[in-house]
Design a protein around this ligand. Structure first.
Ligand code: PLP
Length: 380
């Protein structure tokens, strides 16, 4: 097989007008807007203007199907295994409503997961949430999962990449530990898909979530939920709607039967502008190739970390670059002030408690890092 043509990363910058005006190092909060995504949203608006509701059957439902299929490609997932939802919280509600907690009342999550995961189950009086601690704020040792998962565990729900440390978790090992005790495994890949390879089949996870917002460059309003095909028929979400019906357009008010594929996890009419944006974002990622993006990301993170260490910034991160994604956490008590002062200089980063968070993506450059780090000198 021919080697893929190397991507000219500098040229990709022309697709992102923001980069001409700002140093944008905040993809883990919100991916930069590309001309392709803007054009896709405009295409939706043009279709709306031209056809009105006539666009539904032939064009818009096909676009939803194309987004599910593109996601399946990205996740290495079987056809029919991806559903669309408006947010991770909604997708979790649907899954949460399909689990049986009578024999297995425990949900295991960790102190480093995004709060929308524990909140989903902390709000349920019938569920016992076990939150695995992290000693260093960077990672959670596998032994903690092994010790906590038991025959009373319904689900292990945790992140592929932790949002406030950038650590990549071993999804395959966590899924294997869950399965060994008959529990299910949900991986929140919102901070992973697009910047590191995802293979739901090889990792043997039961649920995998991602969305447009960050590393898939599609903006707000759409997340994608993978459900392992063998599991789909066993789960009947009670948080539901007409998009989950086997015969959606029969308009049969008297009876409800679930769609045979992952669509049974959908609820209602999706935000179509978001569907167009999410699809264009994933297409861009697939075009560049996640393996190539990851290689570039490793170079960029090494460059940024090297420059920050040179000026003695304290970083919260694992030592092994292979276990670390494109999120760099700089420890400081003045995080909010620094982020707003940098924004005034047209340098866009973010903060999380006790840290400035910097997240380079393939469209960033070493020169941008140098400018950021020169500013950071003021705050040492
Ligand atoms: C890992 C992770 N999960 C979930 C979310 C968001 O969840 P929701 O779609 O419910 O807003 C975020 C950030 O916005 C995140 O970083």
């Amino acid at each position: 097989m021919d080697a893929p043509t190397p991507v000219d990363w500098l040229r990709t910058r022309a697709d992102f007008p923001t980069l001409g005006r700002k140093i944008y190092l905040n993809t883990c909060s919100l991916g930069a807007l590309s001309t392709q995504v803007r054009a896709a949203v405009n295409r939706h608006l043009d279709l709306w203007e031209e056809y009105g509701a006539a666009a539904w059957y032939t064009i818009w439902l096909a676009e939803c199907a194309a987004l599910r299929a593109a996601t399946e490609r990205l996740f290495n997932a079987a056809p029919g295994s991806v559903a669309l939802a408006p947010s991770v919280g909604v997708a979790l509600s649907t899954i949460g409503s399909a689990l049986d907690y009578t024999q297995r009342p425990k949900i295991i999550t960790t102190a480093l997961d995004f709060p929308t995961i524990p909140y989903q189950w902390l709000a349920r009086p019938d569920v016992e949430v076990v939150m695995l601690p992290s000693d260093d704020g960077i990672s959670v040792p596998l032994e903690r999962y092994a010790a906590a998962i038991d025959e009373r565990t319904a689900l292990v729900a945790t992140s592929h990449v932790f949002f406030a440390s950038g650590t990549i978790q071993p999804a395959r090992e966590i899924a294997a530990l869950a399965h060994a005790k008959g529990a299910l495994c949900l991986i929140d890949g919102y901070q992973a898909a697009g910047q590191i390879p995802v293979d739901v089949a090889a990792d043997d996870v039961d649920f995998y979530l991602s969305g447009g917002l960050k590393w898939l460059l599609g903006g707000t309003g759409i997340v994608e939920l993978y459900v392992r095909p063998e599991l789909v028929a066993q789960l009947e979400p009670t948080v539901t709607g007409w998009f989950a019906h086997e015969r959606q357009f029969a308009f049969d008010v008297a009876s409800f039967s679930y769609a045979p594929d992952a669509r049974r996890f959908e609820i209602g009419t999706p935000a179509l502008a978001a569907v167009y944006a999410a699809h264009a974002g994933i297409q861009l990622i697939l075009e560049h190739g996640v393996a190539a993006i990851r290689q570039r990301e490793l170079q960029l993170v090494a460059d940024l970390v090297g420059r920050l260490r040179e000026i003695d910034c304290a970083l919260t991160m694992v030592d092994d670059p292979q276990q670390h994604a494109g999120i760099v956490m700089i420890r400081t008590a003045s995080h909010a002030q620094i982020v707003s002062e940098l924004a005034a200089q047209n340098i866009i980063v973010d903060h999380r408690p006790g840290h400035v968070r910097v997240s380079p993506f393939f469209y960033n450059t070493e020169e941008e890092h140098a400018i950021l780090v020169a500013q950071m000198l003021r705050y040492r």
